[in-house]
Ligand binder design. Structure first.
Ligand code: TXA
Ligand code: MG
Length: 325
């Protein structure tokens, strides 16, 4: 089988070719500032169905719609609360997804039948040019098979989908490295559906209060909140420090530079100086790397649960839940 072509997204004509594929109803992978996405024309339900097939994703899991122009917000959603505009003014383009009541134009397959739609304007120049060139919003989940970790390089996308994509646009490693933060504003309340690349402290700085945790009444409206998700194949255990038992067949995801020598040859350090933003940007690529080693266990060091550390810990806990029961 021929391999999926990876093209430098900054090269002349690459984005136009990707947009032409999208116009034909194909799915292409493209970079965003958070993680790589698997995109289809959001207004083409058949093309969107192809995303679900490729990802083996349950149909109850809605997709995020990517836009490049604020005019699309009014076309896709209504009403637009003032607080939503405030968030858009402050954080767009950028890694914040805002869920609002959807309008008729948004196909049900995109929202998995929900009456709401999640939208974001990405900050990556290739993502913005692709949406712009298509002239329609792009529905895109992270470019990983359902339940696996999100890829942050074109090479990792290629290894996950082999030859099943017609094109992967390469925009280099994603600068944020973890997915967008998701909030909803559908009942006058700002609710947090997923910790992500915008720290909740930043949202609180603008809104005056921390968003409430959604969804309501324990109902799972956002599978990003499922207890399993983001999991490597290798069992993962969270440890407080490097001092804990390490066997020959283990590997280690360290938050900062280890104070003493670690008893495993396979160590990835998220940030030598213990910087949370740098750690987030390297998180998935390091974990995917360790997963490939095929060891018996990945020990992951706890990170401080503040700022982006919450988003990292959220993903580590989910990975540990799935792989270790
Ligand atoms: O950073 C990101 O958000 C990346 C890039 C590609 O933009 N995308 C991404 O998409 O992470 P995905 O599909 O892997 O995660 C989106 C999450 C899912 O957990 C989905 O359930 C939730 O967003 N979601 C989307 N629309 C929703 C809605 N209307 N109501 C509740 N949750 C929604
Ligand atoms: Mg995902």
């Amino acid at each position: 089988m021929t391999k999926t072509p990876i093209r430098d997204g900054f090269e002349a004509g690459a984005v136009d070719d990707a947009a032409a594929l999208l116009r034909k109803g194909e799915v292409v992978a493209f970079p965003t500032e958070t993680v790589y996405g698997l995109g289809a024309n959001a207004l083409d339900p058949v093309a969107v169905a192809r995303i679900f097939e490729l990802k083996e994703r349950p149909r109850f899991d809605p997709l995020i719609v990517h836009i490049a122009d604020r005019a699309w917000v009014e076309r896709l959603a209504s009403p637009i609360p003032d607080k939503a505009r405030l968030l858009m003014d402050r954080f767009w383009p950028g890694p914040l997804t805002i869920i609002l009541k959807k309008r008729e134009i948004v196909p049900d397959i995109v929202t998995a039948g929900l009456p709401t739609v999640g939208m974001r304007m990405p900050k990556h120049p290739i993502a913005l040019r692709l949406v712009d060139c298509l002239g329609a919003p792009i529905a895109a989940p992270s470019a990983n098979p359902f339940g696996y970790m999100s890829p942050t390089t074109a090479g990792d996308v290629a290894s996950l989908f082999d030859s099943r994509l017609p094109l992967i646009l390469d925009g280099g490693p994603c600068s944020y490295g973890i997915e967008s933060t998701i909030v909803s504003l559908v009942d006058g309340q700002v609710r947090l559906h997923r910790h992500g690349s915008i720290a909740v402290e930043e949202l609180a700085g603008l809104l005056g209060t921390l968003p409430e945790r959604g969804p309501d009444k324990g109902r799972c409206e956002s599978p990003g909140e499922l207890p399993y998700h983001y999991a490597p194949h290798t069992p993962l255990r969270i440890v407080a420090s490097l001092g804990e038992i390490l066997t020959e067949k283990s590997c280690f995801l360290a938050f900062a530079k280890p104070a003493s020598r670690v008893g495993s040859r396979h160590v990835r350090v998220l940030s030598e100086k213990g910087d949370l933003r740098e750690a987030a940007s390297r998180f998935f690529s390091c974990l995917i790397d360790l997963d490939r080693l095929g060891m018996e266990v990945i020990y992951a060091e706890k990170v401080p649960e503040r700022g982006l550390g919450r988003a990292i810990m959220d993903r580590l806990k989910k990975a540990a839940t799935k792989t270790c029961g």
